[in-house]
Design a protein around this ligand. Structure first.
Ligand code: G1P
Length: 292
């Protein structure tokens, strides 16, 4: 397992307006997907890729995130006293596998600004960024492969997935000059291009392995698309400096920050879980009884 990337930065300061009213008083990252908050899937993915140091960037009203990844002595004692070992294991295992650090973004100035707030923690090492809206429950395989490519090249690596037509306008987009298997040499990055200006049909998914010079580039990055400091713009400065690779994947997982895809994540991940057969029977019965 690659060991060079030890830290994952998870920006979780957004308001979650796309999921209102569910997210009025609850952080969107705490919405349940199957049996755990969506952000736990992302933390588990990072841990599966060999990362054991997690920095979560939050904002006011997101204390539930800190509580979720902290030990809870009272709850653990109560479960212990009742002999509920399985439940005890389920609340303990995540806090045992990594150390968690929380920092506030301070002002909603964009994804690039959020990542920049982790500079003092990460210092001079390559690190991963995982956007918690995107769930990629692949046992950390994509992230592990990205870390391998970053180790082999000394460059930042982003994961990319092909999209159809004008969908590209909603994402960061990467153009490339060379391709070897599913690894490309990125030669252009544009945040949310128009369809005509998009350098390819490859969209940036929410997974990045970044070399630490990104922090100096973020400091030089002016507000871009939407008046925000864009991570994509700072990464574009890395292309000329030291190069950048992209890992093209077939499946970007689920966008849990969108109502329909959050529901799809719940259905598909339930079907893939231990109770899959039961869930399938329940869905069949629900379809039939509702006339589908
Ligand atoms: C962010 C990034 C974008 C990327 C997307 C993936 O955009 O800026 O480059 O493609 O995440 O989810 P946002 O969704 O925050 O607008």
């Amino acid at each position: 397992m690659p060991a060079s990337v030890r830290t994952a930065v998870i920006p979780a300061a957004g308001l979650g307006t796309r999921l209102l009213p569910a997210t009025k008083a609850m952080p969107k990252e705490m919405l349940t997907v199957v049996d755990r908050p969506s952000i736990q899937w992302v933390v588990e993915e990072a841990i599966a890729a060999g990362i054991d140091d997690i920095v979560i960037i939050t904002s006011p009203h997101k204390k539930a995130l800190e509580d979720h990844f902290d030990r809870m002595a009272e709850l653990e004692a109560a479960l212990e006293a009742k002999g509920k070992q399985e439940m005890l294991g389920s609340v303990r295992h995540i806090t045992d596998l990594a150390t968690f650090h929380f920092t506030r973004q301070g002002a909603p100035l964009g994804l690039g600004h959020a990542v920049g707030t982790a500079a003092r923690h990460v210092r001079n090492e390559p690190f991963a960024v995982l956007l918690p809206d995107e769930l990629l429950p692949d046992g950390g395989q994509t992230l592990s492969r990205m870390i391998e490519v970053a180790e082999a090249t000394g460059e930042s690596v982003i994961s990319l997935v092909p999209v159809e037509g004008p969908e590209i306008c909603n994402y960061g987009c990467a153009g490339f000059s060379e391709r070897e298997g599913n690894v490309i040499k990125v030669d252009r990055l544009v945040e949310k291009p128009t369809f005509e200006d998009a350098p390819s049909n490859l969209r940036i998914t929410g997974r990045y392995v970044l070399t630490p010079d990104i922090f100096e580039k973020l400091e030089r990055t002016e507000p871009g698309r939407g008046g925000e400091i864009q991570l994509t713009d700072a990464m574009a400065l890395q292309i000329d400096d030291r190069g950048m690779r992209g890992l093209v994947v077939d499946d970007a997982g689920f966008d849990a920050g969108q109502k329909a895809d959050w529901l799809r994540a719940n259905v598909e991940l339930s079907l893939r879980g231990d109770d899959g057969a039961e869930v399938a029977a329940m869905l069949r019965a629900a379809l039939e009884s509702n006339g589908f």
